[in-house]
Design a protein around this ligand. Structure first.
Ligand code: GLU
Length: 307
């Protein structure tokens, strides 16, 4: 079976070193096995902007990362999401949740609940309680969110980098109160639709795997294999973000780092010799030998301070 890898950026700006490093690994894994590599723009978030899609494609191409077919754009796929959602609704697996952000933040700090897991407060309300809560929400101009009625179990899975893991499947949100489908839901629907067999992404998403595997089961699709990769951090040890300074290709160029140097920086950060092109990196990349540690990135000094 041909491996199908994917990269699924959110088009909220130029790609930064962390995004590029993940894309490079995912691409190398797919191409090493003679597989396909597909793209998907996760643009349901209000911060996504159309022009960033072209910019991100330019960034990937500049590093020599190529892809198969046209990238999928989630905002064009709403009817497909509606269909998958209707399938879950018809199976009685969706319920309305009236909890406010404040309710949820209190849950997050409650004992006996896995961090971030929803304990099912709105799961078993009576029809009259629902009607009352719906009315209260509509008075403040809000609607309910829609959650999955899960079996609330812990699932184990194997990650190619971090080994055996287990994660909580809670009644996670499928559709937000503003009608937007949730990341976990569309990610699963799209991975199935795009025939993705291997997902390579940042290790910050390890905690989503149990939920996504579970949803694949419910929707009758086969979950991909999982490859979570270490993160690029800023100097404070937080996940790298655009505000961290010289982190995009364009910014790095103004600091004297051209694309071959960026590839070589990424390769060495993963524990491999410097490579000047993606093809060179591909030739010796070995997932088993890749470092599992996050990489704290020190932005280069401006050119006039160098030498
Ligand atoms: N769109 C997510 C991001 O840009 C990636 C989600 C995924 O790979 O599953 O961080």
């Amino acid at each position: 079976m041909t491996l199908v890898g994917r990269y699924a950026p959110s088009p909220t700006g130029a790609l930064h070193l962390g995004n590029l490093r993940t894309a490079l690994i995912g691409w190398a894994l797919a191409r090493q096995s003679g597989g396909r590599f597909v793209l998907r723009f996760e643009d349901l978030d209000a911060r996504s902007r159309e022009p960033f899609r072209a910019l991100q494609l330019t960034d990937l191409a500049a590093l020599g990362i190529d892809w198969d077919g046209d990238p999928l754009v989630q905002s064009n796929c709403r009817s497909r999401y509606e269909q998958a959602f209707a399938q879950l609704e018809a199976a009685g697996l969706v319920y309305e949740c009236y909890c406010s952000r404040r309710d949820l933040s209190q849950i997050a700090s409650a004992p006996h609940t896995a961090p971030g897991a929803y304990p099912g407060y709105c799961r078993d309300l009576t029809p009259s309680e629902r009607a009352r809560k719906r009315e209260e929400l509509s008075k403040v101009g809000r609607g309910p969110a829609l959650r999955l009625r899960s079996n609330q179990e812990t699932l184990t899975f194997t990650d190619a980098v971090y080994g055996q893991q287990s994660g909580e499947v809670d009644d996670f949100v499928l559709r937000r109160s503003d009608g937007v489908f949730s990341y976990n839901f569309v990610c699963v629907v799209d991975d199935a639709y795009q025939g993705v067999t291997q997902v390579c992404r940042g290790r910050d998403l390890l905690s989503s795997v149990a939920r996504q595997n579970y949803l694949h089961q419910l929707l009758g699709s086969t979950p991909p294999s999982w490859v979570h990769v270490p993160l690029v951090l800023n100097q404070k040890g937080e996940r790298l973000a655009k505000r961290d300074g010289a982190v995009t290709l364009e910014q790095l160029r103004t600091y004297g780092l051209e694309n071959p140097q960026v590839i070589s920086l990424l390769a060495t950060s993963l524990g491999f010799p410097p490579a000047k092109t993606a093809e060179e990196f591909l030739a010796y990349f070995d997932l088993g030998k890749m470092t599992r540690e996050d990489w704290r990135f020190t932005p280069p000094a401006p050119l006039h301070q160098q030498n």
